[in-house]
Design a protein around this ligand. Structure first.
Ligand code: FES
Length: 154
């Protein structure tokens, strides 16, 4: 059984999103495998198709392996109006990947997201659980370089 499920001994379907979130967070590749979804279905007494249908409704869940760090840049209109497209182009250039792809070193996966709830500091993005606002192309370079440096030394 997945270690996360042991923390939910008497879980019900109301716990589904929390469980999926915890499992994805604890997975080194930040995704939900078929194997783990099957475990969750049996733990909650739910159909696998129900679980997949519910999880696929939420963009934060992934069903394929991702990089060590997941970048989610907001592509909703308020962020776009304030330069999200230019910032995204910089991310694509600096990382050398398209949206939905992972860098060849496995360090970053680039994704877009709907509003992250940070419109006041648009354009905005999240890397893992950390939020970044007032983004500019030059800040993107600084942020990515800093994370790469930190990863080399950790
Ligand atoms: S529209 Fe981008 S954070 Fe809200």
């Amino acid at each position: 059984m997945n270690e996360v499920l042991k923390k939910y001994p008497s879980a019900t379907r109301e716990d589904l999103l929390d469980i999926l979130h915890d499992i994805q967070e604890s997975d080194p590749h930040h995704f939900l495998s078929d194997e783990v979804l099957t475990d969750v279905a049996s733990h909650l007494g739910m159909d696998l198709a129900d679980i997949k249908g519910t999880a696929s409704f939420y963009s934060m869940f992934s069903f394929s392996p991702r990089g060590k760090h997941v970048i989610r840049i907001c592509d909703s209109p308020p962020c776009q109006l304030l330069g999200a497209t230019t910032v995204l182009q910089k991310l694509i250039e600096v990382l050398g990947v398209a949206v939905g792809e992972t860098t060849s070193d496995g360090l970053f996966t680039l994704e877009t997201s709907s509003c992250l709830g940070m419109c006041g500091v648009a354009p905005a993005m999240m890397i893992d659980n950390e939020t970044y606002g007032n983004l500019t192309p030059s800040r993107i370079v600084e942020i990515i370089e800093r994370i790469r440096r930190e990863d080399e030394t950790s």
